[in-house]
Structure formats: C-alpha cells, structure tokens
Write a protein that binds this ligand. Structure first.
Ligand code: HEC
Ligand code: HEC
Length: 330
C-alpha cells in the first residue's frame, strides 16, 4: 500500500473512533458517568502524597502541624493538653484514622477534600470540613468543638486538604474511609463476640476495655473501646457497620485489607460485644432530622419501619433493607 492510502485509513479510523467516544459521552443515560468513574478512574487504590515533599515555608509548616495534631491529639487536647487541657477523652484522631489518615480502608481522609462541603443526613445540613472535624471532636473524642479560626483547626483542615488535593472533585478513591462488610442474614451476637474479644483483642485493649495509657500518662498505647474515655453514643463507630468494617481491615493492630485476621462474622460479633458495653452519653435529639434518612444500623428510633431498636442495632439488616427499598419505591 502507498503511504498516502495508509494515512487515509488511519485518519478515517481515528475520526470514526473519536466520533464514537464523543457520542458515547453525550448519549448515554445519566447513570453511566458514575459507572465510568468507578470502573476506570478508581481502579487503583489511593496513594497518599509524600509528606517529605512539602516545602519548608509557612504553608508546609501548617500542614505538618496538622498531621501532628492528628497523630498526637492527646498531647495537645488530652488531660494535660498543651493547647487546651481536658478538651477531649485523651484519644488521638489516628487511633481511628490510621497512619495519620492515609491507610487504605483505615478510615483515611482521601475523599474529604473532594467531597466536602456535602449534605450529611446525620445533621440534615450541608457541612464543611470544619463541621465534620468538630463532629469527631464532639463524638469520637467525646470533647468540645474547636474554633474554626484557631491555628489548630486551620492546621487540621490544611493537612486534610493537602492529603486529598490530587483526588478528582466529587469522587471517592478506592479504599477510602471504612470497608463495608457484607450484611449477615442473622443478628450479630455479643456473647460470641466476647470470645473473639478475649482471644484476639484483650491482650492490648484489656479485659475491662479501658485500654492502656503510656508511661507518661498522656497518650494511650492501646486506646479504650468502651467506658468513660471512649467514643460516645453519637459517634460513627457506635453504628455496628462502621465498627465491624474498621475492625475487619485494621485489627488486631498491624492487620490491613490484604491479610484480615477475622471472618466477617467475627468482625460483626466482636463489634456487637464492644457496642453492647457502657459508654458516654450525648444528646441526640437533633440527629437524623429526616427519619427516612437514618441508616439501617442506627440503634435509636423512631423509625419509618416497625423493626425494633435491637434489630437496627445488631441486625439482621437484610429485612430492613428490603422494607426500605419497597417503601421508597412506593
Ligand atoms: C473513635 C474513633 C474516631 C476518632 C478518635 C476520630 N474519628 Fe473521625 N471518624 C470516625 C468515623 C467512624 C468516621 C465516619 C467514617 C464513615 O462513616 O465512613 C469519621 C469521619 C471523619 C471525617 C470524614 C471522613 C469522610 O471521608 O467523610 C473526618 C474529616 C474526620 N473523621 C476527622 C477526624 C479528626 C480530625 C479527628 C481528631 C480530632 C477524628 N476524626 C477522630 C472515627 C473517629
Ligand atoms: C497488638 C495490640 C492490639 C490488638 C491485639 C488489638 N488492637 Fe485494637 N488498637 C490497637 C492500637 C495500637 C490502636 C490504635 C491505632 C493507632 O493509633 O494507630 C487500636 C485501635 C482500635 C480501635 C479504634 C480506636 C478505639 O479505641 O476505639 C478499635 C475499635 C479497635 N482497636 C478494636 C480492636 C478489636 C475489636 C480487636 C480484636 C479483634 C483489637 N482492636 C485488637 C492495638 C490492638
């Protein structure tokens, strides 16, 4: 074949292909864009940026300070906190947002910058990053909110934004947040979870679940899982699916999603055991202002269905899911 003929064939092929790409982007039904984002853009697990690449200027310093606040929260806000003493229960953000909020399925912050501000059903409002961080201060750390203008809040926000700056707006990278463990067809059982706890958790978190403080008496070597120094009843981990998902891919400490140590059932049961123990209270009267938006595993009524609080807390969830589906379709 002559060169000009080859060029013509390539040209026509290219134009045809380009046309089809254009056509498929403009003529597909709406849902397509989401499928596309899930199947290609998020094919690979998120890779956090390297903290060592930060410049040694004011903004670099603020971001580093933010990271330190996530890792060593107790030092700044615990019982002897250097910024505000007794502002929190003495836990570190990192106790639940592992590796400074960068670990795959370790409740990482990869999606925060890309998805906030966003509507959150728990508050019934569009929340920014300040509000979301303060929710964890007030619930997971059972403490008080920080002023948005404080250096510490600015640092935490800068760090979280920097972590997620490469993530496409409106998307969640693969491995972000907490893993969703498949629902079981029967209820999670606290008494079976107690056996898992004794065998696989107690050596660090202790028999009474109160964890263990480091010798300095400031930070926890092993954080508490229940009792007065633990997260309160309004915290995310008080929902069984959040706790089971966190535990499945992160506990016993040292585990990650490539080598889970617990079966799904063990994760649900040990979560049920932990969340059947006593923990701090919180006024929840303003939470979930739209009842229909309550998650199936939210343990307090009222509900739009007639399943008990106990079934919402421990499952089985599939009947509730099925009911909600039929309710929303009608
Ligand atoms: C006791 C555990 C715990 C502690 C301690 C904790 N958090 Fe959280 N945090 C959670 C849970 C659970 C979620 C909700 C995750 C979910 O539902 O997928 C969450 C969510 C968040 C989110 C939103 C993540 C997203 O992708 O939407 C941010 C931001 C956040 N926490 C910041 C913090 C900061 C900052 C601290 C420390 C001041 C902190 N958290 C301490 C458990 C904790
Ligand atoms: C080898 C010690 C060790 C074992 C065993 C262990 N943990 Fe942990 N756990 C930790 C440490 C350390 C952290 C804090 C992680 C961090 O700060 O990076 C933690 C954090 C947690 C948290 C979040 C913080 C909190 O206190 O609420 C939960 C929940 C948890 N562990 C549950 C479990 C469960 C359930 C088991 C058993 C299946 C278990 N752990 C076994 C050491 C351990």
């Amino acid at each position: 074949m002559r060169n000009s003929t080859i060029a013509a064939i390539i040209g026509v092929t290219f134009i045809t292909a380009a046309f089809f790409v254009w056509w498929s982007f403009t003529h597909e039904p709406k849902g397509y864009q989401m499928v596309f984002a899930d199947s290609t853009a998020n094919e690979h697990y998120w890779v956090p940026p390297d903290i060592n690449t930060l410049p040694d200027n004011d903004s670099g310093k603020l971001i580093r300070y933010g990271r330190d606040l996530i890792v060593n929260t107790a030092k700044y806000f615990g019982s002897k906190g250097s910024v505000i003493a007794n502002h929190t229960n003495g836990m570190n953000c990192q106790n639940c947002h592992q590796e400074a909020g960068t670990k795959i399925w370790g409740n990482n912050y990869s999606a925060v910058y890309a998805t906030y501000p966003k509507y959150r059903a728990r508050n019934g409002t569009v929340d920014n990053i300040y509000k979301r961080v303060n929710d964890c201060f007030e619930r997971s750390l059972n403490g008080k909110a920080l002023d948005n203008g404080s250096k510490e809040m600015q640092a935490i926000k800068s760090y979280i934004e920097w972590l997620g700056h490469d993530v496409e707006k409106g998307t969640k990278p693969k491995g972000s947040g907490i893993y969703e463990v498949a629902f079981m067809n029967y209820a999670a059982a606290p008494e079976k979870g107690k056996v898992v706890y004794i065998n696989k958790c107690q050596s660090c978190h202790q028999q009474d679940g109160q964890g263990m403080l480091a010798a300095d008496g400031i930070a926890y070597t092993y954080p508490p899982l229940w009792g007065q120094r633990s997260y309160n009843i309004g915290a995310g981990l008080y929902r069984l699916s959040r706790l089971a998902g966190y535990v499945k891919y992160n506990m016993p400490f040292g585990t990650d999603f490539t080598k889970p140590q617990l079966t799904d059932e063990e994760a649900w049961n040990v979560a049920a055991y932990i969340n059947s123990q006593q923990r701090p209270d919180l006024n929840l009267s303003k939470d979930w202002p739209k009842i229909i938006e309550k998650p199936v595993d939210y343990p307090y009524g009222p509900y739009i269905d007639s399943f008990s609080e106990s079934q919402h807390k421990y499952g089985p969830y599939p009947p509730i899911v099925a009911y909600l589906k039929s309710f929303k379709n009608n």
